[in-house]
Write a protein that binds this ligand. Structure first.
Ligand code: ST9
Ligand code: ZN
Ligand code: ZN
Length: 333
């Protein structure tokens, strides 16, 4: 980002009445990092994760077989669980805690932390630490899901091996004091395992059984395992597909791309060339709520007074960037 762009964004915020200092979040690409020369460290498989991921996906397949026999209420409940857990990642761990792209009140942070435990994608602190290091050292050894290592590694393979030492080395130097100071984040980290058991598995299973008499087996496999596995894969597609397939209207020098299918399944997180170019924009896109339920949700929270100070980028700054570094595929809507 040029100095003029930074200043324009800052001016925009002041015009919008947002009394926030320029973000200190370390989510901007650091081109001074150079990967170490010589042979790469050996790949160390983590068999526990490989086995658990395989079992989860087999369970999800069985959930798919059971799906036609689920009641309408159970299908609707599965969608509700998908939405709440997805928001805990998109509006919570990602746009709020990783990028600080808006401010959230205490009740909203509690809701997002509960949704985040329902999503079972590591606690908010760990998720945001890995995500900041992903933006700062994108597509290098210090990126936890470095997409230059291929689709499978960036999708799920990175969760089945020990991290590259540079991820840990660079991650330890990140500024994370904002996360440590957030009581909701640290409370969720302290009670993470119990919160996951309750919110990712027990609650999704017990509600259909208790309230409308669904069988416990179906309620475990459909709103539980199937919903969890689909949501995980929708998230992972941002790291894999949206780093490999799609247009690059904002910056052709980086891998992340605009991918409408990923945007749809990840409730607004597939506009990835825009997002890596302007990581502090609360909408992660210049097109507002289009294919972007998360932006609609944050707008609603702002309307209700539960969120404030959404940061966005002016059209002039976007268009200047499109002209300067885009590949010529920019569309106006
Ligand atoms: C999951 C995460 O699925 C998904 C994240 C996706 C991110 C997507 C981003 C895209 C944009 C947003 C889009 C959202 C869309 C949502 C759509 C919703 C529909 N910095 O990790 P360990 C240190 S999780 C600094 O064990 P190993 C640290 O001291 C799924 N330090 O490393 C740490 O200790 P602690 C369920 C770091 O041994 C220690 O090292 N979970 C950093 O190499 C050890 O850390 C799983 O599958 C860092 N970045 O093991 C298992 N990293 O944490 C998850 C580490 O106590 N993971 N340190 O401070 C694991 O089992 C392991 O992490 C491992 C690596 C085996 C992968
Ligand atoms: Zn990315
Ligand atoms: Zn991000």
């Amino acid at each position: 980002m040029t100095e003029t762009e930074t200043r324009t964004i800052h001016d925009d915020k002041q015009q919008n009445g947002a009394a926030v200092a320029e973000t200190s979040v370390e989510d901007v690409f650091d081109d001074t990092y150079k990967m170490k020369e010589g042979p790469k460290p050996p790949r160390m498989l983590v068999w526990r994760n490989i086995i658990l991921m395989t079992l989860l996906h087999l369970g999800a397949l069985y959930g798919l077989v059971l799906l036609p026999s689920a009641s309408v209420s159970t299908v609707a409940w599965t969608a509700v669980c998908y939405l709440i857990s997805a928001l805990g990642v998109t509006a919570g761990a990602h746009r709020l805690w990783s990028h600080r792209s808006y401010k959230a009140s205490f009740p909203l942070r509690v809701f997002l932390a509960l949704g985040n435990s329902m999503a079972f994608q590591n606690d908010i602190y760990e998720w945001a630490r890995d995500h900041r290091v992903h933006h700062k050292y994108s597509e290098t050894d210090a990126d936890p899901h470095n997409a230059t290592r291929g689709f499978f590694f960036s999708h799920v393979g990175w969760l089945m091996v020990r991290k590259h030492p540079d991820v840990v080395e660079k991650g330890k130097k990140l500024e994370l004091s904002d996360l440590k100071a957030d009581k909701v984040v640290m409370f969720q980290r302290r009670h993470y395992k119990l919160s996951v058991v309750m919110l990712c598995f027990v609650v999704p299973m017990m509600v259909p059984w208790y309230f409308w008499g669904e069988s416990l087996v179906l309620a475990y496999f459909v709103p539980g395992l199937l919903r969890y596995a689909v949501m995980l894969n929708a998230t992972w597609l941002v790291n894999s597909a949206a780093h490999l397939y799609g247009n690059r209207p904002y910056d052709k020098s980086i891998n992340p791309r605009e991918n409408p299918f990923v945007a749809f399944s990840a409730i607004g997180e597939g506009f990835h060339n825009y997002h890596h170019t302007f990581p502090f924009d609360y909408a992660t896109s210049e097109f507002g709520v289009k294919l972007n339920i998360t932006t609609a949700f944050i707008d609603l929270m702002c309307f209700m007074g539960l969120a404030t100070d959404p940061k966005s980028v002016s059209k002039e700054v976007i268009m200047a960037r499109v002209k300067r570094t885009g590949e010529g595929s920019h569309k106006s809507g």
